[in-house]
Design a protein around this ligand. Structure first.
Ligand code: ZN
Length: 86
């Protein structure tokens, strides 16, 4: 959920910040990214570290918004629809 492309390469990009060496963050911290954006995030040199973190954070927010609004993720005892107008 960065460039908006849906080309079949979209998959889960784990958060890179705050993990130990050789460890991935849990699968709860994933942003959905196409192959190109994912590559740019992990290996590209068009962004510095801060920019990459910012990009990932933005993608994570969009991914969560999508998952919640489409009821792919359901949080018990919390109805997001009542907050829809905020
Ligand atoms: Zn992309």
């Amino acid at each position: 959920m960065n460039c908006g492309v849906e080309d079949g390469t979209v998959c889960a990009a784990h958060r890179n910040q705050g993990k130990g060496m050789g460890l991935k963050n849990p699968d709860s911290l994933v942003a959905s990214l196409c192959h190109k954006c994912h590559y740019e995030l992990d290996n590209g040199n068009s962004m510095n570290r801060e920019e990459k973190r910012y990009m990932w954070d933005q993608c994570f927010i969009k991914t969560m918004k999508y998952l919640i609004e489409n009821e792919k993720v359901v949080i018990n005892d919390w109805n997001w629809k009542q907050y829809k107008d905020y």
